[in-house]
Design a protein around this ligand. Structure first.
Ligand code: CU
Ligand code: ZN
Length: 232
């Protein structure tokens, strides 16, 4: 338990810092330099934000420019489920394309973005609960109310492979609306049946972290089935 709470806290801290810096850069007032020392003295006991230098501003505003993210899903202990999920920021929506293997043939598997991109536990539990920044009840992605991270189900074919394409409007790669960078992605053993509190989808079979995609790398249009094929 100690391990779980420590890692959970650690990833929370990292995310809070990251998002905080991005927010500060966007909202920092453009004060003339001469007012800065007075502001810095401030009121006794108040938290002070040091002025950001140009480099820090540039870095922080760069978050908005990130349009492509990717998550590589790896199996939890005892599972063989794995795959790749791409996230592409479009003007007013987020396009999600998943290619997954090793699923139970002809079965649905719950598929969600979870709070933490923390893979330290072998059962996926460190990914935390469903990503729910707007404090909604659980639901399917097309329901009026659902966790932002509720992506519904992957439908496996008779080979245990699933291909999912989904476009949602309540998530962004790194924008103001429910940014997903750094969060976790989870595939479950059972179907998400839409019930409260989290869809009754059972154990976690694969987990991944949503990271910044290498922008010059094209998505594999037709995924090679041979695992020995070197990655481009
Ligand atoms: Cu989940
Ligand atoms: Zn949910």
């Amino acid at each position: 338990m100690t391990r779980l709470s420590t890692s959970t806290l650690a990833s929370l801290c990292v995310l809070t810092l990251t998002l905080g810096v991005a927010w500060a850069a966007e909202h920092a007032p453009n004060k003339p330099a001469e007012t800065a020392p007075a502001m810095r003295q401030g009121m006794p006991g108040m938290m002070e934000h040091p002025p950001m230098d140009d480099m820090a501003k540039k870095r922080a505003s760069g978050w908005k420019a990130i349009m492509h993210a990717v998550a590589v899903l790896t199996p939890t202990e005892g599972s063989t489920v794995h795959g790749v999920v791409h996230f592409d920021q479009e003007k007013d929506s987020l396009r999600i394309v998943a290619e997954i293997q090793g699923l139970t043939p002809n079965q649905k598997h719950g598929f969600h973005i979870h709070e933490f991109g923390d893979l330290t536990s072998t059962d996926g539990s460190c990914a935390g609960g469903h990503y729910n920044p707007q404090d909604q009840p659980h639901g399917m992605p097309d329901a009026p109310q659902h966790h932002a991270g509720d992506l519904g189900n992957l439908q496996a074919d008779d080979q245990g492979k699933a291909h999912l394409e989904l476009t949602v409007t309540d998530l962004t790669v790194a924008g103001r609306i429910n940014p997903i960078l750094g969060r976790g992605l989870v595939i479950h053993a059972q179907p998400d049946d839409g019930s409260q509190p989290t869809g009754n989808a059972g154990a976690r079979l694969a987990v991944g972290v949503i990271g910044i995609a290498h922008q010059t790398m094209d998505k594999p249009a037709e995924k090679p089935t041979d695992n020995s094929t070197p990655r481009k």
